[in-house]
Design a protein around this ligand. Structure first.
Ligand SMILES: [Zn+2]
Length: 361
């Protein structure tokens, strides 16, 4: 049997998930749960899978059904929108309402709900809407984490697991995109298996400068003239600069979608609001990741001090003991700040408090 599912070409390095999805497209059930980390290609796989489900040939990539689904123009595919950091009961009630509709086309009524781990108090509602959906309705859910509270929901879905992308897969992809091998590998290594982050980092020409800026912080915080507030401002400014390649990529994506919409005779970009919300979430997430990345560069400096202090300790040097103890406290404080990072923190307040604590050690 020949496989003609080119819609999955956009999904990188997830051969197992993709071959499962090709199979499921031919024999669909009523709910799938994609699980895996951000940037591993779940979103691309969702888009491809909606096309494969709607296409008479299970994802040829060129028919009308495929084109509509791939450009997010299929009115039988609903991408549920989340306005806050968690899903609200009303938002899931809307998903349920849509799921009861008969599809307008010949395919399925598809309802996509991403990040169901954020359903929190609306979890019971989510569970309820998965009960006995109409025969032509298919739910596509995703989760980046699988808390125990999701166990019952999982039991009602077929799970499709995604792994973090390997450094090799990301490097090869970036090289195919035209980036030099060394830069591609550096970005892939720093990306933690997140393709989107790698795409931003490889365009970031100031990565080395930014790491140096983080590593200069301990010196700037020492002595009586510690410039805590200024250091915090400098860090935020550096992250602002690091965001530019991301917002450039987002602008490119919106332009591409506008051109697609025009070629399909649409007046505007479909689901523009949802896309803009996703961009804002992506920006917050990137900021948090970049802070975490910077804090780990900062930790590195205190680790070196700790090692130096411990080495001096062998010679019974009192200054070395003080240095080692100070470095250890700093490492703990940075670790605490890093673990407390969320997408909605007051960045300046967090940085100022942390730097004040570090300056006192
Ligand atoms: Zn097709």
């Amino acid at each position: 049997m020949e496989l003609v599912s080119d819609v999955f070409d956009a999904v990188l390095g997830q051969d197992r998930a993709v071959s499962a999805l090709r199979h499921y497209a031919a024999h669909p059930v009523h709910a799938y749960l994609f699980t895996g980390p951000a940037g591993a290609g779940m979103r691309e796989a969702l888009v491809a899978f909606t096309a494969a489900l709607q296409c008479p040939d299970k994802g040829c990539g060129s028919c009308e059904a495929c084109r509509l689904a791939l450009s997010l123009n299929d009115s039988d595919v609903t991408w549920c929108e989340r306005s806050g950091t968690t899903w609200k009961v009303e938002e899931l009630a809307e998903a349920e309402r849509v799921s009861r509709r008969r599809p307008l086309g010949a395919g399925h009524q598809i309802v996509v709900i991403e990040n169901i781990e954020l359903a929190a108090s609306a979890g019971a509602k989510l569970l309820k809407i998965l009960e006995e959906p109409p025969s032509r309705t298919i739910f596509l859910l995703t989760a980046e984490a699988l808390p125990d509270s999701l166990a019952t929901i999982m039991s009602r879905c077929i799970e499709v697991p995604f792994s973090p992308l390997s450094i090799e897969t990301i490097t090869e992809y970036l090289v195919r995109e035209g980036f030099d091998a060394l830069g591609a590998r550096a970005a892939a290594t720093a990306s933690g298996g997140d393709l989107r982050r790698a795409q931003v980092l490889v365009r970031d020409t100031d990565l080395a400068t930014r790491i140096a800026m983080w590593q200069s912080i301990p010196d700037r915080l020492s002595g009586v003239s510690a410039q805590v507030a200024q250091v915090a401002l400098d860090v935020s400014a550096a992250i602002d600069a690091a965001m530019v390649p991301l917002t450039d990529l987002q602008t490119e994506e919106m332009e591409r979608r506008a051109a697609e919409a025009k070629s399909l005779g649409q007046r505007g970009v479909p689901r523009r609001k949802e896309i803009e919300q996703r961009f804002r979430r992506e920006q917050r997430r990137f900021r948090t990741e970049d802070l975490r990345f910077g804090l780990s560069a900062l930790t590195h400096v205190y680790r070196q001090r700790l090692v130096e202090g411990l080495e001096g300790l062998d010679d019974g040097d009192r200054r070395s003991r003080v240095m080692a103890q100070g470095a250890l406290r700093c490492i703990d404080e940075i670790d605490r700040a890093s673990r407390g990072l969320q997408n909605n923190i007051d960045e300046q307040l967090m940085l100022t408090n942390l730097f004040l604590t570090l300056a006192r050690q």
